[in-house]
Write a protein that binds this ligand. Structure first.
Ligand code: ADP
Length: 263
């Protein structure tokens, strides 16, 4: 069913953007935003003009991951606003438009209104047309996700999960939502796949291992790859320079690049 207030028109292209890919997860805290940002940067490193659009209205984290928390979009006068640029990415986040640390207590129609307004008003091609826009969805299958899949012509969706059963069960629900809305699922990424000890290099399967690969096989979707649980991934993101930019030769940055080549 259509959520309240959503546009009932056909899904449209985002102005100034060639391709749109959504990054989804069933559950919060599985590393979806970290994956979105590093994937967008990896697509950039492969020579594409890329952007990230954070529609996690209740917990926008892209500005923190890209070190743009104190930057604001500029008004272009004609009702349009500029994206915020960081590490070569064009970005937009509800976080830029809210006061820091204010809790967002919005009802569904307001969430949908904010997303639709940003889709309409951001001048993504300020610096030239984007080849690909990565949309960081909120976890789960709520209003924001539905608004996006119904408003925007998506080229596909990527689902991020940890190897744990509970996260995988939720990821299956996400898969269902995309199937029901005829969105192509590009594949599943297993994040926090295994732990690489920064001092000795030994590998441990903290959350179990291989669960996402099995789910992908069972559901007949592509398994896109594994990202290790590694201190450098968290530290670099927390410092605003994600691993793909900070240490592109590292094996974990290469893991993102390998996935970017497949999508
Ligand atoms: P989500 O968007 O799913 O809520 P985040 O991307 O915000 O998750 O990640 C949650 C936390 O886990 C963050 O502190 C992030 O730095 C960390 N994290 C995510 N992926 C990894 C990883 N592969 N290795 C280490 N830390 C990670």
């Amino acid at each position: 069913p259509m959520p309240h207030g959503a546009s009932s028109g056909p899904a449209k292209k985002v102005p100034g953007v060639k391709h749109v890919i959504a990054v989804a997860s069933g559950k919060g805290g599985v590393g979806k935003s970290t994956t979105s940002v590093n994937l967008a940067l990896a697509l950039g490193a492969l020579g594409l003009k890329a952007g990230v659009f954070d529609i996690d209205i209740y917990g926008p984290s892209i500005p923190r991951l890209l070190g743009t928390e104190d930057t604001r979009p500029e008004s272009l006068g004609d009702g349009k606003i500029t994206p915020v640029f960081s590490h070569g990415l064009a970005t937009m986040s509800i976080g830029y438009l809210l006061e820091k640390d204010t809790a967002t207590i919005w009802r569904g129609p307001m969430v949908m209104g904010a997303i639709q307004q940003m889709l309409r008003d951001v001048k993504w091609d300020l610096d030239g047309e984007l080849d690909v826009l990565v949309v960081d969805l909120p976890p789960g299958t709520g209003d924001a996700q539905l608004t996006l899949v119904q408003t925007v012509e998506l080229d596909g969706a990527v689902i991020v999960s940890t190897p744990q059963d509970i996260a995988l069960i939720d990821a299956r629900k996400g898969l269902d939502m995309f199937n029901k809305t005829n969105t192509k699922v590009l594949g599943l990424i297993e994040n926090m796949s295994y732990f690489l000890c920064p001092s000795c290099g030994e590998r441990s399967d903290i959350f179990g291992h291989g669960g996402a690969r099995e789910t992908a096989a069972e559901k007949g979707i592509t398994f896109l790859g594994e990202i290790p649980l590694h201190m450098d991934i968290r530290e670099s993101s927390d410092a605003g320079t994600p691993i793909v930019v900070k240490d592109p030769e590292s094996p974990h940055a290469q893991a993102y690049l390998e996935i970017a080549r497949k999508i």
